[in-house]
Design a protein around this ligand. Structure first.
Ligand SMILES: [Fe+2]
Length: 261
């Protein structure tokens, strides 16, 4: 793994080392202050470049997702009129390579590497994390070309783990409004303000290829700014769970990917 990951800078394989404990502490602080933490260039530049070169041509066979949605991914929100500005429709479009199309890449090796799972669990203060067993969903490599993008939304999962593989020339940055809502305050007016481009507290996070990011997106509204130029934004989404053996049903696989594994 040391040829792929920068383990001198990030001693994930030595959990008892004081340097690792200090890293855990730094990541916890970032989580508390910004709702995310990043391990900048965890994957070495040569390794992530080779990975991008190998995976980008495979998007020719990728499944294209295109959908109009609101930030909640819901048809209706109880108590909110359909024309409320918080329910404004936005468009998301991307290409997806499912896990079974990237088994020979370093993305799969990093995803399955137990010390990384243990590290993320430790930062998040969870007993353990498990990789998903689903042959399609465990890893999704998403490609966003110019004109495509991941639009404003709240996540349904508690946290999301991503590994950036390639950045576009311009755009493709994570834009987020930290803790815009809470469990008991939906803050619809605040959502409308972000959608209208009128919230000065929206932050931008530029990420370098090879960077691992863990993001708490349940109450933090976020999107990826539209990529520009010929190079696509390519990012791997790692699905980890607090329990083993999680899989999708055949119906779920069909619904998400248009095929069954
Ligand atoms: Fe998200």
């Amino acid at each position: 793994m040391k040829d792929i990951l920068d383990l001198e800078r990030y001693p994930l394989d030595r959990p008892g080392d004081p340097a690792c404990a200090a890293l855990v502490e730094r990541c916890r602080q970032d989580l508390a202050e910004q709702g995310l933490f990043s391990l900048h260039r965890l994957v070495r530049p040569e390794a992530i470049e080779a990975c991008a070169q190998m995976l980008v041509p495979r998007f020719a066979q990728a499944h294209i997702h295109k959908r109009a949605h609101n930030v909640y991914f819901l048809k209706q929100v109880p108590g909110l009129p359909d024309d409320h500005p918080a329910l404004r429709m936005v468009e998301t479009q991307h290409q997806t390579l499912c896990a079974d199309l990237v088994t020979d890449s370093i993305v799969t090796r990093v995803y399955e590497w137990a010390p990384l799972q243990a590290f993320i669990a430790r930062v998040l203060d969870m007993p353990r994390l498990y990789p998903m067993e689903d042959p399609l969903a465990r890893i999704n490599v998403m490609g966003y070309r110019a004109g495509e993008g991941l639009n404003w939304h709240f996540d349904r999962s508690h946290f999301t783990t991503t590994l950036l593989i390639q950045s576009p020339e311009v755009g493709g940055e994570l834009e987020y409004r930290y803790n815009l809502r809470s469990a008991d305050e939906p803050n619809y007016e605040g959502v409308a303000r972000v959608l209208a481009g009128e919230d000065p507290q929206v932050r931008v996070l530029p990420l370098a290829p090879g960077t691992l990011n863990v993001f708490l997106g349940k109450n933090t509204l976020h999107r990826v700014s539209p990529p520009q130029g010929p190079r696509a934004r390519v990012v791997a989404i790692f699905s980890y769970y607090d329990r083993p053996s999680v899989r999708f049903s055949a119906e779920e696989q069909m619904g998400f990917y248009g095929r069954v594994a």
